[in-house]
Design a protein around this ligand. Structure first.
Ligand code: SAH
Ligand code: SF4
Length: 413
């Protein structure tokens, strides 16, 4: 069977467990950072930062390479430890910049090792109280997958998705996207010289990296933020730094058809499509963007995605909604629809959230659906719901944290 366990989405992850005490702190607006952090910057932006502290043009390339190695290979937090950088330059850098990461406002750890972090971003201006995004780490025996966000909230309004109900929306910058991986590696002790947490369940196979895969399946629609997503992927995939394979980076879209070819051309990343319905009439209601880019156009764009082969397939995500999209006839139609497209299908059990109008399909229905797809030759694994000991659904870590804060405020803390 094809390898098909690759992707999980934050929306689908349920985690119960310990929430670290930071969550109980009342929300205070962080002061706007005086000095910018160099963490997450592209090579070009690091070059500019060096020019700004008067590093001569002839040295920019070499110095960029040095900083790159310290920041992304070593996970450096202190300019003073950059032994290949001359002391006076260390001082100039420390006077102008930091190596700070955004704050982890809350962490939830599941008994199966899944971790969900609520990351508070640095304010972009004086009025910004610091937006929050979610990031989920899913360790398995032979891989570790990090699910990252591309926006705060989402402008789209898929009717089964909690993120779509959030008001505040902005694009994440490329550094904000990259910092999610840096924070994750900090949290699981995965930079040289760090000790992994004692309760950490991490992938254990020989040569397997703690974070080997990235999926853009957290908050937001990545194809409404392609420039920053592409810049971030350049940093994530740079062989002298974080060194992720582009084939292990998957970008999930609800179907922004015109941006699919540029994504493939610019990033070489894998593509995932949130399909969820096989008829336009139904998909219009589940994924309203379908009215603009209907199923046929979407599948055509997938068929033409660069670099597809049996080994490099498009993932089609299909959330199982009871009595809505889960009939055997729809399973057969799904198989028909994807004929000729190198595809793998992920059936996702719907993850309920307060106020949601849907229920998850029964297990037998999911199995029947899965059998039809599987017998037709497409791998259709049902994503094993991770962290079934669980509380937080899509966006729920955030709402839980807000509840704790509200309680703290009421108690005058
Ligand atoms: N905006 C992008 C990526 C983020 S959503 C997209 O839509 O593809 C990541 C995945 O989680 C998508 O497949 C989305 O449809 C799915 N999802 C959203 N809410 C969900 C829920 N409540 N239960 C299960 N999956 C959900
Ligand atoms: Fe949710 Fe993705 Fe739809 Fe946005 S595009 S509302 S993140 S499923």
């Amino acid at each position: 069977m094809k390898d098909s366990r690759a992707v999980f989405s934050a929306a689908q992850i349920n985690i119960m467990t310990q929430t670290i005490e930071a969550a109980a702190r009342p929300a205070t607006a962080a002061a706007p950072a005086k000095k910018p952090s160099l963490v997450g910057l592209t090579r070009a932006a690091i070059g500019d930062a060096l020019r700004a502290v008067e590093v001569p043009e002839r040295d920019i390339r070499m110095r960029t390479g040095q900083l790159w190695h310290w920041i992304y290979f070593h996970g450096a937090r202190d300019f003073g430890r950059m032994s290949s950088v001359a002391r006076p330059l260390q001082t100039r850098l420390a006077d102008a910049y930091t190596l700070a990461r955004p704050c982890v406002a809350a962490e939830q750890v599941s008994s199966d090792g899944t971790r969900k972090w609520l990351i508070r971003l640095d304010p972009v201006d004086a009025r910004d109280r610091g937006a929050e995004i979610e990031c989920v780490y899913i360790p398995e025996s032979d891989r570790g997958t990090l699910c990252v966000s591309s926006q705060v909230g989402c402008t789209l309004t898929c009717s089964f998705c909690h993120t779509g109900t959030q008001k505040l929306v902005r694009n994440l910058t490329a550094p904000e996207i990259v910092r999610q991986l840096v924070v994750a590696r900090d949290m699981i002790g995965d930079f040289p010289g760090m000790t992994p947490p004692t309760n950490g369940l991490l992938p254990s196979g020989e040569g397997v990296r703690a974070v080997s895969n990235i999926v853009f399946m957290g908050m937001g629609e990545p194809l409404y933020n392609v420039d920053n997503v592409a810049d971030a992927i350049d940093v994530l995939a740079d062989g002298e730094g974080l060194s992720l394979s582009r084939r292990r980076i998957t970008v999930s879209t609800s179907g922004v058809v015109p941006e699919i070819p540029p994504l493939g051309g610019r990033t070489g990343a894998m593509l995932a499509i949130s399909l969820h319905a096989v008829r336009d009439e139904l998909r219009d209601t589940l994924v309203p963007l379908n009215k603009k880019y209907p199923i046929r156009d979407l599948i055509d764009a997938c068929r033409n995605y660069p670099g597809l082969s049996n080994a490099r397939r498009v993932t089609f995500e299909y959330v199982m909604l009871k009595g809505v999209n889960d009939s055997p006839a729809e399973a057969r139609e799904l198989v028909r629809l994807l004929k000729g497209v190198p595809a793998k299908i992920n059936l996702i059990p719907f993850n309920p959230w307060p106020g949601a109008k849907f229920e998850c399909s029964d297990w037998e229905t999911i199995e029947k659906f899965s059998d039809i797809v599987f017998n037709a030759g497409d791998a259709s694994p049902v994503r094993t719901p991770r962290g079934r000991d669980i509380l937080a659904a899509c966006g729920q870590l955030k709402s839980e944290t807000e509840k704790v804060r509200a309680r703290a405020r009421m108690m005058g803390e």
